[in-house]
Design a protein around this ligand. Structure first.
Ligand SMILES: Cc1cc2nc3c(=O)[nH]c(=O)nc-3n(C[C@H](O)[C@H](O)[C@H](O)COP(=O)(O)OP(=O)(O)OC[C@H]3O[C@@H](n4cnc5c(N)ncnc54)[C@H](O)[C@@H]3O)c2cc1C
Length: 263
């Protein structure tokens, strides 16, 4: 849960410093708070009642596929023009959000194993927003997949030097160090991350990539199981992310991919 869950604003005022206050602890508020916390922000989640007691308590628990899979890209010129002019209630886009869209494209190329396109899109993305942390992860991952561990390490380290870096991504540095046979440094980071995960939220699927890169498959699968139990969103890329490559031949990997419903 976020650093502080409180019944009203008075309860958090003066007690601690926060970067963000999320008002309302329904599914939207709790998810937003956890994501913000995952991005390194100190979050207070405020609700007049206990978390999840209003609309989120009553829902029927259906996950609608139509809302999970994005709608097909429109092809009719009229529709495209209407969307481009931002004069439609069914779609509103904000040019300031473009880096985030470019991010999806970079990730798409990376997972499609088109590493050169991933590098090109990642570069454009970072030209638009030089603080976009995940962009550095995708650049590093593409270089690593191309066998360029030195360059990958530079990208990962640059990303992790950003003020708002997500600590879980330190596991990417572990991957590059392991590829460069700098195992001691890699192990030090992994040990620190494991210790931190006892104090606050660290994404276990990234820890799994670190352990996998170090050849410790048992610990990698332990971490993946923790990520699965925590319903970590990153698990939906288990069958795609090159960081899981060392695990692919293992029957435990095949079983987990099946259990999540990705095969
Ligand atoms: C009967 C029913 C069935 C549903 N079934 C499904 C389903 O099967 N699948 C699905 O995807 N969706 C379903 N939904 C929709 C889904 O439940 C809601 O879209 C979702 O829960 C909304 O979440 P929320 O966080 O926006 O709102 P809420 O869960 O309502 O959270 C808002 C929170 O804000 C707090 N709050 C409000 N004002 C203040 C204030 N001034 N100060 C402090 N706190 C405040 C409230 O206490 C509350 O906890 C269903 C909804 C209903 C009613």
């Amino acid at each position: 849960m976020p650093a502080c869950v409180a019944p009203n604003l008075d309860a958090v005022r003066g007690s601690m410093d926060f970067d963000v206050i999320v008002l309302g602890a329904g599914i939207v508020g709790v998810s937003s708070a956890l994501h913000l916390q995952d991005r390194g922000l100190r979050v207070a989640l405020v609700d007049r009642r206990a978390p999840g007691e209003e609309t989120s308590h009553g829902n029927a628990g259906l996950i609608e596929r139509s809302s999970v899979v994005p709608y097909a890209f429109p092809r009719r010129l009229g529709t495209l023009l209407r969307y481009a002019r931002n004069r439609s209630v069914d779609l509103y886009w904000d040019y300031r959000a473009l880096p985030a869209y470019a991010g999806w494209l970079a990730r798409f190329h990376l997972y499609a194993r088109d590493y050169y396109s991933a590098l090109a899109t990642g570069k454009e993305l970072l030209e638009i927003d030089e603080h976009y942390g995940r962009g550095f992860v995708w650049m590093g991952s593409a270089h690593l997949a191309l066998g360029d561990a030195d360059v990958a390490l530079e990208w990962f380290q640059r990303g992790q030097a950003l003020e708002r870096a997500v600590r879980s991504y330190d596991a990417m540095i572990v991957r590059a160090l392991a590829a460069l046979d700098r195992k001691e440094e890699a192990q030090e980071i992994l040990t620190r991350l494991e210790a931190e995960s006892k104090q606050h939220y660290v994404r276990s699927e990234y820890l799994a990539m670190g352990h996998a890169a170090m050849g410790d498959l048992d610990r990698a699968f332990e971490s993946l199981e923790r990520a699965y139990q925590a319903r970590s969103a990153g698990m939906i890329y288990l069958h795609l992310d090159p960081g899981y490559e060392p695990l692919r031949g293992d029957p435990r990997y095949t079983e987990l991919v099946k259990r999540i419903g990705l095969s």
